[in-house]
Ligand binder design. Sequence first.
Ligand SMILES: [Zn+2]
Length: 447
Amino acid sequence: MGIKHVATMTFLVGGVSLLAPHAASACSSRTVCVTWKSQIQDDDVGESVVLGEAIPARGAKVTLIPPTPEHPVNTFLDQDGCVTFETQYAYGHKLIVHNEAWVGTLDPLDLTRVRVIREPERFEYQEDFIWVVDLHGLAPDDTVNVSIEPEEGDPIGPLMAVSTAVMHQFYELDIMPSAPYFWGTKPTLEIIYTDYKANANGACRTVSLGPDSRREKFVMAHEMGHWLKCEWGGDFGSYDDYVTYDYPSDDPDCQFDVVMGEIPSGAGSHGIRSAEWSLPAMNEGFAHLVASITFNDFADPSNLESEDGIFQYYKDINLESVPAYADFVNVGKSRVSLLGTGSLGGQNRWVDQKCNADWTEEHVSSELDWMRFFWYLLTHEGDAPTLREVLAWMDFARDDPITYVFDLVNVYSALLLAAEDSDMEPFVERIEDANCEHGVYNGTSCQ
Ligand SMILES: [Zn+2]
């Protein structure tokens, strides 16, 4: 099946004929299914989606090398991580798996390319990685399962595992970007593992992450959340001061800092509960939301014991400089309730309740409040928009910066206006309710 669907792709390097001409009558089909090892440490968080240690190598680029006289074939695993091929031999095949995969949909013309590369030093890239799997005992019409074992310290295979698993979840959630941000290209995601730089970043086309982040699925999904919104066209870009981090908070509960390791990191500029300009706070809160719905049952919260979900925060918070996070880290293990009804992660309307000096400024909000704002919008009882509709709403607002001005007032006001003018119009009241519940903007009165 794998062979059949990739036959329509133009980037096949080798031939697609799998039959050795003089041995065709003795051939029979065999199936090989491949898994990656994930090596993640936060897989126990999230109420419904656990990735597991072995993750199907969905859509991975492979080279099958059969014994001679059969010919090598370049192809791709299918969306279950399997490939079926014809051969006359049960032994002696090698499968070379590459650091590239095409994942997301069942339509081969609509797949998204994911590749993990390495940047040991700044601007010094290693782009090609392979894993060689020896195949033995391929009985006719049989399926053989093999696992790619990364060598000690190999971050590339495990990152292929988690990034393609998250992308597959995006497909399951029906939020794959079909219209790429850059005209004339297809959506593509390049993950860059930076040996020399800690922390992580996400944007159109690229996610980068360092040694401190590679074992955390919530970081990967968060950065891929930035990628997702950007590829949908909803990235609000740079508006000078309004999108910079490092808002100078006067309230201890809304400040932030991280423990610095040996590798340089920019992680300290903003955090889950820090007061921020509303534009970066919304961008970060939305990326947290994407990570949350990737690993929690968002489509049907009634499956949960409560409608709550859990977000695992991932930065190494410095309790000496920001002691207000002691409970967050020591008791809550940096986990956050998405409804905010209990104490896990901090109470609702965080900036309003805890940071009076910051809350007097209309342009200030927090990642925590925005994450819960979006979760409420998507999961609270009653008619809810889909995440797909929310992504389209961001794109709609971004397309007309004259009408929807993202300035010092608050990104909320512009988004609300864009909702009134777009397909989100039926949800305007719900958006206002979500703001009253979670306090992303202080300029409206709530009962
Ligand atoms: Zn982010």
